[in-house]
Design a protein around this ligand. Structure first.
Ligand code: ADP
Ligand code: ZN
Length: 628
């Protein structure tokens, strides 16, 4: 796969070739018009005389160089023409009239002759390419060669919106954050009320939350509610090639802001400049530190009551320089969480306002289907669904479009189904394995659907369950829930092994196995859910930094590490044999479901449960849902 790095390297190569080419060009002989012309010169006076005497046969006027090439009567075609240097200012209209009056053949060139013209054209083209190439090269290292070239004197690249047009009503699902910020609006509207009683107005507010939770929207809404201008810039814009550019941008930004106070200054991704100084990987970054210092200076510089409120956004408050969080700076911190069910519902309602939606669409159901979605993802979801609706030439968006949009966002684009093949059969067993266990286990989530329609990204099918809202919102998972989840995740692998034999299991289960390993490891090292007892063998902090890579072995002894591995293996193997046992006990049912899935390609959860119910007992919680 062509990586970005590769593409970039090849563009550098093009740049170098261009430079070489231009150098060669400039070594070429001079342009023909300059080199070949070796004419007898005429003075301007003589030239006028000859015109009046009617001895001039033909004139080439080169306006740019202020020269006329003159052919007199009796000059042979091969001879170079006479050159006449024209006086600046004297030329043209007057001279041309005079030539016309004497019926002289006049040609006007607007540059240095034909040979010279092409020469110039090629070279200016090359020069352009060169300049362009250089700009691209600069741009790669500094985001913004234009500013870098003028060493920070040029305009800062911040945006200014006189009216954002956003109000609090457009922001949904983050009520607590909104409430806290209401006060900022009141201050911007009538600062006297606050200053009269001696209240200190906050200068800076830090919005903390994951991308897409509506931090920018919230800041815009504050400006909109208070009807003040909105200045914005992103922290990543400050990270420049030349030291001093960022600091000068900060200065510019605040100068402009002071002129328009009261106003909001919004700094997105403040962690890009606001990381702890001197603590960066690979040594300090002078540029970033200077920018940060300038920002602190500016914030200290204006009085609390000057009417500027700085709002910054980040999702990494843990890496911010403590100086930023001191009183008088960003001392007010507001957390903007991912929305809960209620929040998602109201965000969906906001974004459904301007869309045509069929009356039977239940936004409640959509909100239930989308735990973990941010506000931006929900907005995107409805937009995708609207696009699908238009593509299907429907009048209004229906539940099928929304369902498809959810799958598209969470799983990938759907592709055309595979033709019948042993591969497809194997996929069907794999997915039915997951789906059957989901339906039969007591602590698993409710099955939403199982499908073998492939998706982009190499996904050949998937089994989808509806997350249990109570569990997600509380963030508390029981041991039973985790064990059932591991068992379901192993269902695909177990079905392959049961039906096709251990030798025929496929690599299609690698994602499942990764998930199983992560869950089992967390049970052992974080939640005390193994024979090793309730001992934290890994700190939560570690996880934040390592993200999905949960293998921090350095903190435990080697002996303990191998005990952890043993426990993880035990959990996985126990769950696998449980999964295989259940599938073995229900083999005829599994075969029947696979045939049906091969025929229909998708089975929804309701029907799946109904079929399973005809063969065997299913947990009561699902029976209620199935309406029995
Ligand atoms: P952030 O700044 O936190 O990354 P944005 O404010 O840029 O997120 O959100 C992007 C878009 O997502 C918004 O323009 C809006 O359409 C939508 N959105 C995000 N959060 C919300 C919300 N709480 N209410 C309504 N729309 C939201
Ligand atoms: Zn699977």
């Amino acid at each position: 796969m062509p990586s970005l790095g590769k593409l970039r390297r090849s563009s550098t190569a093009t740049g170098l070739v261009t430079i070489g080419w231009v150098l060669l060009q400039t070594l070429m002989p001079l342009p023909p018009a300059l080199a070949d012309a070796d004419p007898e010169e005429l003075t301007y006076g003589q030239f006028l005389e000859k015109i009046d005497q009617g001895q001039v046969e033909q004139v080439d006027l080169d306006e740019d160089r202020g020269v006329a090439y003159v052919r007199l009567e009796g000059d042979s075609e091969e001879d170079a023409p006479h050159q006449v240097v024209l006086f600046a200012g004297e030329r043209n209209p007057e001279l041309i009239r005079r030539l016309r009056n004497n019926q002289v053949d006049v040609e006007i060139r607007d540059s240095a002759g034909n040979g010279a013209l092409t020469w110039l054209a090629t070279n200016s083209l090359l020069a352009l390419i060169l300049v362009f190439g250089l700009l691209m090269l600069l741009r790669r290292s500094a985001s913004g060669a234009g500013n870098a070239m003028s060493f920070g004197k040029s305009k800062a690249r911040f945006q200014m919106e006189a009216k954002t047009g956003v109000v609090f009503d457009d922001v949904a699902g983050i009520e607590e954050a909104k409430e806290e910020l209401q006060e900022v609006v009141s201050f911007l509207k009538s600062p006297e009320k606050f200053t009269a009683i001696g209240a200190r107005i906050p200068k800076g507010v830090l919005l903390i939350g994951q991308p897409g939770t509506g931090k920018t929207l919230l800041a815009k809404a504050i400006a909109g509610e208070a009807s003040v201008p909105f200045f914005s810039i992103s922290g990543s814009e400050f990270v420049e090639m030349f030291v001093g550019v960022g600091a000068s941008r900060v200065r510019d930004l605040f100068r402009k802001a002071k002129e328009s106070a009261p106003c909001i200054v919004f700094i997105d991704e403040i962690d890009a400049v606001g990381r702890q100084r001197g603590a960066g990987i690979g040594g300090g970054n002078d540029e970033r530190e200077q920018t940060l210092n300038q920002l602190l200076t500016e914030m200290d510089g204006f009085e609390g009551n000057s009417g500027i409120i700085v709002i910054a956004a980040t999702n990494r408050v843990d890496v911010l320089d403590l100086a930023l969080l001191r009183p008088g700076r960003f001392d007010r911190q507001v957390i903007v969480d991912l929305p809960t069910y209620k929040g998602r519902l109201s965000i969906l309602e906001v974004h459904a306002r301007n869309k045509k939606i069929e009356p039977d669409v239940s936004l409640e159901a959509v909100a239930r289907r989308t735990p973990g979605f941010s506000g931006a993802e929900l907005a995107n979801l409805l937009n995708e669904a609207a696009i699908l609706t238009a593509r299907r030439r429907k009048e209004a968006m229906g539940m099928p479009e929304i369902e498809d949009a959810i799958d598209r966002i969470t799983i990938g684009l759907s592709l055309t189904p595979l033709l019948d093949s042993s591969r497809k059969r194997m996929t069907a067993y794999h997915e039915v394995g997951h789906a059957l266990l989901t339906t039969l286990l007591t602590h698993s989530d409710e099955l939403n659907k199982v499908t073998i329609i492939p998706r982009s990204g190499g996904i050949e099918g998937f089994t989808q369950s509806l997350p249990n809202e109570d569990i997600i919102d509380s963030g508390l998972y029981t041991r039973n829930w985790i064990v059932d989840r591991i068992t379901v995740a192993l269902g695909g692998f177990a079905a392959e092994a049961e039906v096709f034999g251990d030798d025929e299991t496929s690599t299609g289960a690698s994602g499942d196995i990764q998930q199983v390993t992560n869950l089992a490891r967390q049970m052992v090292t974080l939640y005390g859910m193994s024979d090793l007892g309730p001992v934290a063998l890994e700190s939560m902090d570690n996880q934040v930094f390592l993200g999905r890579n949960l293998m921090p072995r350095s903190e435990v002894s080697e002996e303990m590490a191998s005990k952890i591995d043993d426990q993880v293996r035990t959990i996985a193997l126990t769950c696998l044999s449980r999964a295989r046992q259940i599938l073995r006990d229900n083999r005829p049912l599994m075969d029947h479901l696979v045939d049906l899935l091969l025929e229909r390609e998708t089975i929804d959860g309701e029907e799946f449960r109904q079929i399973v119910g005809e063969y065997t007992e299913i947990p009561e919680k699902f029976l209620v849902k199935a309406g029995k």
